[in-house]
Design a protein around this ligand. Structure first.
Ligand SMILES: *Cc1c(COP(=O)(O)O)cnc(C)c1O
Length: 464
């Protein structure tokens, strides 16, 4: 037993975090060189744990991306608030299996408490079912399984027992801008992704409520509607309150993908953006994005506990259950054995408090607006979205004229290569754009100013 490896890992991890803000943000190596340093032959006789950790850290380092640092603006990716990383270390050391109360009473109760805090924070029903899953992908899978159960049960069909062969047709309605994970969840659930009804969106990618109303009028029978709060490109938020008003009287299940945007509900200043969100049937979000909890951390909340349990609960004689009203994780999520994701969420919410969570969210939004202001001050720069949350879409005109799509892509690769910050690109409604997502807990105004300056510098260079 070598606790030296643990101590060494602690030193290496804290050293890494201490300097992560000063290293180039993107990876600094090639595929070949990573392979040549990491693809060692599997040894017949084991290697000393201490040395394995030391060399893993050394060999992986050039291929690490500094999203734990303050100037990573790619995708929608958080860092890790120190308290969350600390709780995550304990999670590994304790190695609790969070599936059953009898296997880990502490894991069960911590997740029970974390679940109630999550509902409280977002203003969702206290009686809702909650599960801690890998990410929003599996959260939507879980929620849509409950939705599938509920809408088919109302049509007199037991989908858990009989599957979908011969079942009444389930209509799935979603906005043109629904996230790719919704389609995958539908595929996994046997609902298919090809026959969904797509509702047109506006220029920010928000579902048009009127068009949803028209679409629903043409449909009959079991129906699931998927709305989105926080478009992955624009941050645009579907009018969920209005959508709930339309879906309710028709008995449709309303699912809300709020992978990052649902966190607006945790801020008194931003809550108005998602007004009415509590009237949906299911909600999904990530801890590993805006809450800055380490991977993996997804959360699903389902108002109808019965449908949630009907879709997820399992039984097997060897899985001993505690007698009273304890929480067994296996009844709420798709997994059996898993780590206790609730520890990190519990520690983070307790450490930040309501006010700290609100400040984290509001400060990212303020920094995103600052980013947009800095960039748009230059005439050749265009901001394509209304900066309502933490997302900014930027487009560049070449200094000597020419194609904006080509030049925008060029600016993105120059910025990635230069290393002050890292961000990616997208195609937004037919036009190439740079995507900036301010999601890290440790980003400051000066990080934004430095990054904006690096971007403007890349956009002002004529050379290739
Ligand atoms: C990131 C994201 C997802 C997927 O979340 P994962 O945690 O990566 O599974 C789904 N929907 C939206 C809107 C997202 O931004």
């Amino acid at each position: 037993m070598s606790d030296d490896a643990l101590r060494r890992a602690y030193d290496l991890a804290t050293e890494y975090l201490e300097h992560v803000g000063t290293r180039p943000v993107g990876a600094r190596t090639s595929l070949e060189s990573l392979r040549s340093s990491l693809a060692k032959p599997l040894p017949d006789d084991g290697v000393d744990p201490d040395r394995v950790i030391e060399e893993l850290a050394r060999d992986a380092e050039p291929g690490l991306v500094a999203n734990a640092g303050p100037r990573y603006f790619g995708f929608v990716i958080g860092g890790g608030v120190p308290v969350a990383v600390a709780a995550d270390w304990l999670t590994s050391a304790w190695n609790q299996c969070a599936g059953l109360y009898v296997v880990s009473p502490a894991a069960s109760v911590v997740e029970e408490v974390a679940a109630s805090w999550v509902c409280d924070l977002f203003g969702l029903p206290k009686s809702a079912g909650v599960a801690f899953v890998t990410g929003t992908q599996m959260a939507s899978f879980t929620a849509l399984a409950a939705a599938r159960h509920a809408v088919l049960a109302r049509a007199g069909w037991d989908v858990e027992a009989r599957g979908l062969f011969g079942a009444p047709r389930v209509h799935v309605v979603l906005g043109e801008e629904a996230h790719t994970t919704i389609f995958k969840a539908l595929r996994l659930l046997g609902l298919g992704s090809g026959d969904v009804v797509r509702v047109p969106v506006d220029r920010q990618g928000r579902m048009r409520a009127g068009a949803l109303s028209d679409a629903l009028r043409r449909l009959d029978g079991p129906t699931i509607v998927c709305a989105q709060v926080g478009n992955v490109n624009t941050g645009g938020i579907d009018p969920v309150g209005e959508i709930a008003e339309i879906t309710r009287p028709r008995g449709a299940w309303l699912h809300v993908d709020g992978a990052f945007g649902l966190w607006a509900a945790a801020s008194p200043a931003l809550r108005g953006l998602v007004a009415g969100v509590e009237r949906a049937d299911s909600w999904v979000t990530d801890g590993h994005k805006w809450l800055n909890v380490p991977y993996d951390s997804g959360i699903v909340v389902i108002a109808d506990r019965e449908s949630h349990a009907a879709a997820m609960a399992v039984g097997a004689s060897y899985l001993q259950r505690a007698e009273s009203e304890t929480r067994d994780g296996i009844d709420w999520g798709p997994e059996l054995s898993r780590r206790c994701r609730g520890f990190a969420i519990y520690a983070t919410l307790r450490s930040l408090g309501r006010r700290g969570v609100a400040e984290l969210i509001e400060s990212s939004c303020a920094l995103a607006r600052r980013f947009a202001e800095r960039l748009v001050a230059v005439p050749s720069v265009e901001i394509l979205n209304e900066v309502v949350l933490n997302q900014v879409l930027v487009r560049f005109a070449p200094p000597n004229g020419g194609d904006r799509d080509v030049f925008t892509r060029e600016v993105i690769s120059r910025v990635q290569a230069e290393g002050t910050c890292w961000l990616g690109g997208t195609t937004w409604q037919g036009r190439e754009a740079m995507r900036i997502s301010v999601s890290g807990w440790n980003t400051t105004e000066s990080d934004v100013d430095r990054s904006a300056a690096a971007i403007l510098d890349a956009a002002s260079r004529r050379d290739r």
